[in-house]
Design a protein around this ligand. Structure first.
Ligand code: 48H
Length: 255
């Protein structure tokens, strides 16, 4: 076997995938619990979904559980979702449940990819394309290059984009820097509030929305974008927030 045949296989397969995904129905930015859940449901609904993740490994904040103890805590209302993708869970104290963080991260990732999501790792989203006051795509660079070398990024377009970058809320913040949208409230400008687990868990599901034409938020980005409380190391709200954004986008794109 020629060594270059191995290289040719990688280069061809990767670039075929990349070329196909320069335009998608939905781009999800960030492969944390909310982004992977959103991507999985949207792809199951038949949409062309591309997920861009800046790190080498998808999973976001799941891996570390709480204070690097790799157990994910979930509440009753997230169990149906876990069962649907075959992630095991155990009863914990006071009506809570735990799942192995590695199993949750790997299970969500596999379910999303097997539903048809194309995931690109080491891809840092740094800006948005905005045409006539609508977000039409994202600007991305290789993580190793972004901010480190004088190399221009490339763009990916989509009918809808989800900012699922967690606390960072990268796309929301990049628009806000330019005064978009112009009607932000003071709480929205301030970002995420202090910890209140129950309120934060409800907030990330109830407030999933299109924050700017073409740009949706899910998971922790909802709090960062709209000034909701943080909730600490509990993950049910993240999964349900991802499911909710998928439902809203499917309905918006179906109209
Ligand atoms: C591409 C990027 C970029 C970028 C970041 O942080 P996440 O796990 O986000 P969520 O919202 O799915 O889950 C939040 C949860 O993990 C958490 O932090 C909780 C519950 N905190 C509570 C509290 O009180 O602190 O994942 C975001 C993903 C990560 O994988 C990042 O690497 C990725 O987004 N990302 N990807 N381009 N510019 N920025």
């Amino acid at each position: 076997m020629e060594e270059t045949a191995i290289s040719r296989a990688i280069v061809r397969a990767y670039h075929e995938k990349l070329l196909d995904r320069l335009a998608s129905d939905v781009i999800i930015v960030g492969a944390g619990p909310s982004g992977m859940t959103a991507a999985m449901y949207l792809a199951r609904g038949g949409l062309k979904v591309t997920l861009l993740e800046k790190r080498l490994s998808p999973g976001g904040g799941i891996w570390g559980g709480g204070m690097a103890m790799s157990e994910a805590v979930l509440q009753d209302d997230a169990l149906t979702l876990l069962d649907e993708i075959g992630i095991r869970h155990k009863p914990g104290p006071e009506g809570l449940h735990t799942a192995d963080a590695m199993e949750l991260a790997a299970g969500l990732c596999l379910s999303a990819i097997q539903a048809g999501v194309e995931m690109f790792n080491l891809m840092t989203v740094e800006d948005a394309c905005v045409h006539q006051e609508r977000l039409t795509g994202v600007v991305a660079n290789r993580t190793m290059i972004a901010g480190a070398l004088p190399v221009d990024p490339i763009t990916f377009s989509a009918k809808a984009v989800v900012d699922a970058t967690g606390h960072e809320a990268v796309l929301v913040k990049t628009l806000r820097k330019r005064g978009l949208p112009a009607d932000c409230t003071a709480a929205e400008k301030l970002g995420e509030g202090p910890m209140d687990a129950a309120a934060g868990e409800a907030f990330v599901v109830e407030n999933v929305c299109e924050v700017f034409p073409g740009l949706w938020v899910s998971g922790m980005s909802v709090c960062a974008a709209l000034g909701g409380p943080r909730m600490g190391p509990i993950f049910g709200g993240m999964l349900l927030s991802g499911k909710r954004v998928a439902e809203l986008i499917a309905s918006a794109l179906g109209d």
